[in-house]
Design a protein around this ligand. Structure first.
Ligand code: GAL
Length: 958
């Protein structure tokens, strides 16, 4: 006989969204209705399966004395030092067998208990009702209050409310929540992130007085021709709406039109108002704006937008997706300070407080529904829940919970159905429902390639050439799609070093009206703080299936320190263009904003001689309207006396703002005047051959090998040609990318194990020449390399000539020399690009000036170590008692470990300082690109194996 047991946990595998919850409604904090936060310490018991324990724990009087403690909001696997299991990271593969809606028997289940009293001033229990609100529980929960089962729900990043007034007691209330890691809902939540179960957002008890607001919908549009706003607040319970600053006092449902200042991300004007019903006062923060699709463009208040956006997952290195308000604010401040104007809430509605911040500080938001079924791609989307009517109620429930919760935020201009869920009738049903419920916003979904259900054409990681064709309207596609604007909902994959090529995208966006910008993937590295590993990524918890460090692909590191990618992005999207060629003493200023004029900015000029500022002052710039340009005269240039000279012009905040103080730099540009004189050295010294050493000017060489030994008192170790860099995530590329994956080819062709054959050491009249052949084992290709040394007695010049031989089919990672100096070398000064790193396609933010840093400060702490820290366009540098002048400019790195050690490291603590500082002086570096999920470097950023010659002049500094 065989039978299947029926347990009380069948709801776990039920495709329905749940039972018992109240209809969704707008989220707000009432001005006067009482509320009680149930955040804090809860008791926890974790079981291995959904039905290991019965529901006796929910009964008042149950003895949970031995249970562990867990913080709510929180994920239990991130608490208890591994005692409650550990996180799992997969990109799109389901970490369980795909058999919807079934989930494994092994289903970690956290029973949560909290006993609470009502505060002394809590209203009479007979007065009105009480709602229990969960803002986010992953992935499925069943709830009991005082022993009564009140329902169960799925939809992890969406709110669920239950009416509980009839169950409450003044004291000793027992709230029991059983949370399952896996459920039918997990099939809908296959986002690229850690699987982290738990009650990870707030739990709140809300008093609902008789006559309080049920749901309300603020409609606040703006007529940009008349300069008027029209307000109507619909409310399920009648009341009055007042907005004192606008002299508005009307009934709910009544429409009123008055002159207003509109809301935009650039000027987020909010009017404080109130909705008052018989039983409650609800604060309103009203932003007037009108979003339309018109002339094939997304327009707000009559103006097409250019999104300078980022995809934001919620992340904290210790708390996972349980974010506090200060962390959310930190994100918004960082975004605003780096010139971003938009956020896609990839791939679920964020904590609602984040949207309040977007309203207040000004960010355009694409609010995305908690929906992704990406794992079904592995079976050609067969059984995809979004194309199976049984799941449609769950999809509609998710759409409604998002829209109803967030509908009153002016910052939300676009609803997104979800991410990477294929196509299907369920998505169409969601789009129809949303369009019907809220005609005042547009609908996005990237997977809808024909734009059947959507109001814009959206792509991810499209190559530059294709984006340009779309901009030129030379692409194909359905008739509908051809009439729609393009946004890149994801581009510029910020994994490790990079993304490269974003300036090239921005040029396209600015050149073609149809291209309305995009959203970098992604905001933050989801590294988990780890005692031994620094930050952990996929596989570090022993997961049998995982996607490694693909989870660390953000513009900020896990601790929210900006990565060079964010600094680059800030420069690329700056609101003011500042350009000039130095020929006519003017600078061209362009207002690149969509709405505001330039009056918020003050301009400063400074004049540099050899990178040092010698004069500065303020620059008067007319308050150009959005989109306008003007040529502004610069002051007369002081005499540079043969030095390299130029202006730097900066745009700064003229006044304090909510997000940055007066003086904060928003944009800058440099106008070169006189070019640098290349270092010259008259070879006058003759090499002197001794028994073991050859002496030339300040230097000594090994007489047998010609290898440099010392320059003055500085010992130099192993100077030789170097072509290898520790491959970046973008060098290695993703397996599904169509561009050539050079990181792999470089290893195949042995560029990490080049052999240096000595062919000749030639002592000339005024030079020492060392001829070598540099080549990898197993291959015929080589780089014939000649080092030619000369000196004027004080200084030493090295000229390196490189001639590729054989059939080179790959570009070089880098081309230059490397050498070691004593570890006491610490401070580095340079004249060139800085302050941060810059590679051929990531150096927009590299400013030519004098900089200094310690060797440690030169390192960029990518979570998975890889090539980093190169300073671009360096004229000269000083390190460890040496000064090095380049002819031409060079790229410079210095680190306390070798490239080989860097390449072998998997986490930052693997890198430990040795007794040498390794210096690379590069004539060239290969571009970075974005191939970890996107295109490789554009052809103009390739470092091709071609004949090259470059020089350095070394001297000793005291
Ligand atoms: C996209 C996806 C994101 C993320 C990204 C790569 O396909 O929407 O969630 O996986 O690729 O990091």
């Amino acid at each position: 006989m065989s039978f299947r047991t029926t347990t009380a946990v069948d709801y776990v595998e039920d495709v329905s969204p749940g039972s018992g919850a109240l209809p969704p409604r707008a989220w707000y904090a009432s001005s006067d209705a009482a509320s009680l936060s149930l955040n804090g310490a809860w008791s926890l018991r974790v079981s291995a399966t959904a039905d290991a324990e019965d529901d006796a724990f929910a009964e008042p009087g149950f003895d949970f004395g031995e249970w562990a403690e867990v913080q709510v909001p929180g994920h239990w696997v991130l608490q208890g030092d591994g005692a409650f299991g550990s996180p799992i990271y997969t990109n799109h593969l389901y970490p369980f067998p795909v058999d919807p809606p079934h989930v494994p028997t092994e289903n970690p289940t956290g029973d949560h208990l909290r006993v609470f009293d009502l505060p002394a001033d809590w209203p009479d229990l007979g007065d009105g009702g009480v709602v229990l609100r969960f803002d986010g529980v992953e992935s499925c929960a069943r709830v009991w209050l005082n022993g009564t089962d009140i329902g169960e729900f799925k939809g992890s990043r969406l709110p669920h409310e239950f009416a509980v007034g009839h169950l409450l007691k003044p004291s000793g209330n027992v709230l029991a929540v059983r949370v399952h890691q896996w459920s039918a809902g997990s099939y809908l939540e296959d986002q690229d992130q850690w699987w982290l179960s738990g009650i990870f957002r707030d739990v709140t008890l809300l008093h609902r007085p008789a006559g309080s607001v049920l749901d309300h919908f603020v409609h606040a549009s703006y007529d940009h021709v008349a300069g008027e706003g029209t307000l109507r607040v619909d409310s399920d319970v009648d009341g009055r709406v007042s907005v004192p600053a606008l002299d508005i006092d009307v009934a709910t449902g009544e429409t009123v039109t008055v002159p207003v200042r509109p809301w935009t991300a650039e000027s987020p004007v909010l009017y404080d108002g109130e909705l008052v019903t018989e039983g409650e006062r609800v604060p309103l923060r009203i932003g007037f704006r009108t979003v339309v699709l018109e002339d094939g463009l997304i327009k707000v208040n009559g103006t097409p937008l250019l999104f300078k956006g980022v995809n934001r997952h919620e992340w904290h290195p210790e708390k996972g997706r349980a974010l506090d308000l200060e962390t959310m604010r930190a994100d918004v401040l960082l975004m605003k300070r780096h010139n971003l104007n938009a956020v896609r809430t990839s791939h679920y509605p964020p904590h609602p407080a984040f949207l309040d911040l977007c309203d207040e500080y000004g960010l355009w938001v694409i609010d995305e529904c908690d929906l992704e079924t990406h794992g079904f791609v592995e079976q050609a989307w067969r059984d995809n829940p979004v194309d199976d009517d049984r799941w449609t109620p769950a999809l509609l429930d998710r759409a409604a919970r998002m829209v109803e919760r967030d509908k009153n935020h002016p910052s939300v201009v676009i609803w997104s159905l979800g991410n990477e869920a294929g196509t299907g009738r369920g998505l169409t049903a969601m789009a129809e429902w949303i369009h019907d419920r809220d005609g005042s916003r547009l609908v996005h979904y990237e997977g809808d390639i024909d734009c059947r259900d959507t109001d814009m054409y959206s792509r991810m990681y499209a190559f530059h050439a294709e984006v340009e064709r779309i901009g030129e309207e030379l692409d194909g596609g359905t008739h509908k799609r051809r009439g729609l604007p393009l946004i890149l909902c994801e581009y510029g994959h910020a994994m490790g070093n990079g993304p490269g090529g974003i300036a090239d995208y921005q040029r396209l966006f600015e050149a073609h009206e149809r291209l309305q910008g995009g959203f970098i993937w992604e905001w933050i590295d989801h590294g988990i703080k780890h005692e031994e590993l620094g930050f952990a990524y996929g596989g570090d918890f022993g997961e049998e299936l995982h996607d490694g460090n693909f989870v660390c692909d953000g513009l900020v590191f896990p601790d929210r320190q900006p990565s060079p990618g964010l600094v680059e992005f800030k420069k690329v999207i700056e609101p003011v263009g500042i350009e000039g060629d130095g020929s006519d003493g003017t600078v061209r200023i362009t207002n690149k904003q969509d709405f505001a004029d330039l009056s918020a900015f003050a301009f400063e000029w400074s004049y540099q001689v050899d990178g040092e500022t010698v004069e500065s002052g303020s620059l008067s710039v007319p308050p150009l309207a959005a989109g306008e340009s003007a040529d502004v005269k610069l002051p007369g240039a002081p005499d540079g006396r043969g030095a390299e000279t130029g202006w730097t012009v900066r745009a700064l905040l003229a006044e304090d703002t909510l997000w940055a103080p007066k003086g904060h730099e928003v944009a800058w540009g440099q106008v070169a005047v006189a070019a640098r004189l290349l270092p010259s050295l008259a070879a006058s010294d003759a090499p002197v051959v001794g028994e073991r050493l050859i002496t030339l000017g300040p230097a000594t060489f090994d007489a047998r090998t010609g290898e440099l030994r010392t320059i003055g008192g500085v010992h130099v170790n192993g100077l030789r040609l170097d072509v290898w860099r520790a491959p970046t995530d973008n060098d290695d590329g993703a397996e599904w990318q169509t561009d050539t994956r050079y990181g792999l080819l470089w290893r195949k062709f042995g560029l990490h194990r080049m052999r240096h054959r000595l062919d000749a050491v030639e002592v000339g009249e005024d030079s020492l020449t060392v001829r070598t052949r540099v080549a990898p084992a197993a291959w015929e290709v080589s780089l014939s390399t000649v080092y030619r040394w000369t000196s004027d007695g004080d200084r030493l010049r090295l000229t390196v000539s490189v001639g590729p031989e054989g059939d080179w089919t790959v570009p070089l990672p880098r081309l230059g020399v490397r050498f070691g100096i004593d570890a006491s070398a610490d401070r580095v000064r340079w004249f060139g690009g800085g302050p941060g790193e810059g590679y051929p396609d990531t150096k927009s933010a590299s400013r030519i000036a004098r900089w200094d840093a310690t060797v440690d400060e030169l390192q960029t702490p990518y979570v998975r170590p890889q090539e980093n820290g190169a300073r671009a366009d360096v004229r000269w540098t000083e390190i460890g008692g040496l000064r090095i002048d380049g002819d031409p400019e060079f790229s410079f790195t210095a680190r306390r470990w070798t490239t080989e050690q860097l390449a072998a490291a998997t986490h930052l603590p693997d890198l430990t300082p040795g007794d040498t500082v390794w210096v690379n002086l590069d004539h060239g570096q290969h571009g970075i690109g974005s191939q970890s999920c996107g295109p490789g470097p554009l052809p103009q950023y390739y470092l091709r194996a071609e004949p090259a010659e470059f020089s350095f002049v070394f001297s000793e500094v005291s």
